[in-house]
Design a protein around this ligand. Structure first.
Ligand SMILES: Cc1ncc(C[n+]2csc(CCOP(=O)(O)OP(=O)(O)O)c2C)c(N)n1
Ligand SMILES: CC(=O)[C@@H](O)[C@H](O)COP(=O)(O)O
Ligand SMILES: [Mg+2]
Length: 621
């Protein structure tokens, strides 16, 4: 096996060039074999095998710096930098991350996870290099999807005036997670098509040259080609900015890329190398369904069929269904996604109401201000964005939506611990960052029915509302508790003495288990579903304080600025013996791993919470 000879960075340079195709094939089989068991970002990694090999052959790591945009395509890079043995624990708690991590390897030069950051970070590394008189290369690898993000253009604008070498590799597979969208995607498509056209022409020239008077015909065509070239010359958009454009080059042809990277190294300014790759290459199901294999759960390597198909609805499914119903009821309802029509469940809405659906690309900031414009224009926008990606649009939420008190509904998916994607993707800040904004309403459903009810309620409010719900299975318990949503009121589920649990969203399910354990220990226990995190229901807090024992505020969010802190602000002003304990995520980042395991680690699982409450009750007795 060629892979057996790759145990450390730069070992690839010892491989005979004739063996590169065989090595690429071994890497593909390795990735398919491992990701089929652990899950992970399959399609993007299969597409970048040769590209990564060419980069590692052309540059000297760790001195040269490669920055992987998003970082979900960095598995081959991990393999080629001595991390082969860690793939069994890919994205598992304590195991190797699915993204580049500087703490994991000195060959990972910048941590990523969110898109469109690589050019800014790369430019920073270039400037740091130049100021310190260093000579290394800096290479930012960005996908065509990530090139729809505004930050990439801010960085290109800045990089255009550079007078030293900075290499940007545009990894163009004509896909974001789903189909790529917008003007830039169309522009890149034109380059690809024109390139294919020019290739065909080369074939025609060669044939014509061999026939009588063929030379003169070829000359005529060349002239026509020049005119054509003026219209569609590859990369003029970048060239006009002052950035050198090279390519396009076949991203599965290692010798061609090696030549291109040598040329790129000689450029004395910012240079874009446009590389064409195929997402999912080498695994037929992923080639046919690139969106499905973008982020894969464990699957059968023969068929690509998931090993553990889902049998229950998740919150995204519920949101998807309710959006279709709301769209039918009210034609002013419009839906916006930032490049996640599948992840957010909006594809069905798009299929039913294509004119009222907008995929704006990986552009969360724009999505929010665009929604504000739609609201001012008289429509009812619903913006569906994952909790951690919505962090991008904080100013837009304040400046464009909330100051004007506009009726924009934020469907905040993946709120809470998301699991294997780790630090960059945990949705653990939204309750804090949203609750601190005047005019904003923040809600969280306890179960699948409540998500539907909250969506309907949110659209009836003439103000900004955020509804946050977690990744994964929608809770189907507590069905019998479905009191209508009333403005800013919590929902009483069980009322007893001793202990009172005030739980937010996903934590209501945990609270049921906490309550069971507390009652088993001989205490009474109330359970209140908070429903609103902002404004908080003060009556519920007053009721909680009447318990002489412990009140526990429970949330899947950081403690700082979260629900518990808001409760405490009021709780401490009230008379009574009761004591408040906050159960939330401590002031640290939560790494990747199984969700239940992570909750246990940080002490927000049922056993930990019940144990802490019972211990405190005993101390008080
Ligand atoms: C700010 C932000 N929004 C959304 C995402 C989710 N996301 C991850 S990869 C991806 C598509 C990236 O497309 P591209 O850069 O072309 O890479 P490919 O997956 O095609 O390899 C998206 C939308 C993200 N990581 N960061
Ligand atoms: C890399 C990235 O940001 C996305 O692919 C993300 O991993 C999707 O997460 P979900 O699997 O929760 O949709
Ligand atoms: Mg792409």
């Amino acid at each position: 096996m060629l892979l057996d000879r790759i145990n450390a960075v730069n070992d690839i340079k010892k491989i005979d060039p004739e063996d590169y195709p065989a090595l690429a094939e071994e890497i593909r089989q390795f990735l398919i074999g491992h990701i089929s068991k652990t899950g992970g970002h399959l399609g993007s990694n299969l597409g970048t095998v040769e590209l990564t090999m060419a980069l590692h052959l052309s540059f000297q790591l760790p001195e040269d710096k490669i920055i992987w945009d998003v970082g979900h395509q960095s598995y081959t890079h991990k393999l080629l930098t001595g991390r082969k043995d860690q793939f069994d624990n890919l994205r598992k708690f304590g195991g190797m991350s699915g993204f580049p991590k500087r703490k994991e390897s000195n060959c990972d030069s910048f941590d990523t996870g969110h898109s469109s950051t690589s050019i800014s970070a790369g430019l920073g590394l270039v400037k740091a290099r130049d100021i310190q008189g260093q000579k290394n290369s800096v290479i930012s690898v960005i996908g065509d999807g990530s090139l729809t993000g505004g930050m990439a253009y801010e960085a290109l604008n800045n990089a255009a005036k550079l007078e030293t070498n900075f290499i940007i590799v545009l990894n163009d597979n004509n896909m974001s997670i789903s189909e790529n969208v917008g003007g830039i995607s169309k522009y890149l498509n034109n380059i690809r098509t024109a390139n294919a056209y020019l290739d065909i022409k080369e074939g025609v020239y060669n044939t014509l040259k061999d026939i009588p008077r063929g030379d003169r015909i070829v000359e005529g065509i060349r002239k026509a080609k020049s005119g054509f070239k003026q219209l569609v010359v590859p990369g003029m958009f970048f060239e006009d900015m002052g950035i050198t454009y090279l390519g396009p080059v076949d991203g599965h042809n290692i010798p061609a890329m090696l030549r291109m990277f040598q040329e790129a190294k000689r450029v004395r300014n910012t240079v874009i190398v446009h590389v064409i790759t195929q997402k999912g290459k080498g695994f037929e199901p992923a080639e046919r369904h690139p969106a499905r294999f973008h982020g894969a759960e464990p699957f059968d390597t023969e068929t690509g069929i998931p090993l553990n198909p889902r049998t229950t609805a998740n919150y995204t499914d519920i949101f998807s269904t309710v959006m279709c119903k709301l769209g039918a009821r009210n034609e002013k309802v419009v839906a916006i996604t930032a490049a996640m029509p599948d992840g957010t469940g909006l594809r069905r809405f798009r299929n039913m109401y294509p004119d009222r659906f907008f995929d704006v690309g990986i552009a969360e900031e724009h999505a929010v201000t665009f929604a504000a414009g739609l609201a001012v224009g008289g429509l009812k926008p619903v913006v569906a964005i994952y909790s951690s990606f919505l962090q991008r649009a904080y100013d837009q939420i304040i400046h464009d939506v909330c100051i004007q008190n506009l009726p924009v509904v934020f469907a905040v998916d993946r709120a809470g611990i998301v699991g294997s994607d780790g630090e960059t993707h945990q949705g653990i800040f939204d309750l804090s960052y949203l609750s601190s904004i005047p005019n904003m309403h923040v809600m969280a459903p306890k179960n699948k029915w409540e998500l539907s009810d909250m969506m309907k309620y949110a659209l009836s409010l003439n103000a900004p509302v955020a509804i946050r719900y977690p990744r994964g299975e929608a809770y189907a318990g507590l069905k019998e508790f479905r009191a209508p949503i009333e403005s800013f009121h919590a929902e009483a589920i069980y009322l007893e003495k001793d202990v009172c649990l005030l739980a937010v969203g996903s934590m209501v399910k945990t609270a049921e288990e906490v309550r069971r354990l507390i009652r088993e220990a001989g205490y009474g226990c109330s359970l209140i579903n908070a429903r609103f995190v902002k404004p908080i229901d003060e009556k519920a807090v007053e009721y909680a304080k009447k318990h002489h024992g412990i009140t526990a505020a429970m949330e899947e969010n950081v403690a700082s600025g979260g629900y518990g802190e808001r409760v405490r602000e009021y709780f401490d002003t009230l008379p009574g013996e009761g004591e408040l304990l906050n159960f939330a995520i401590p002031d640290e980042y939560v790494e990747h791993g199984n969700v239940d395991l992570l909750k246990k680690e940080i002490g927000i699982d049922a056993e930990s919470i019940a144990g802490a409450i019972l211990a405190r009750l005993k101390e008080r007795e």
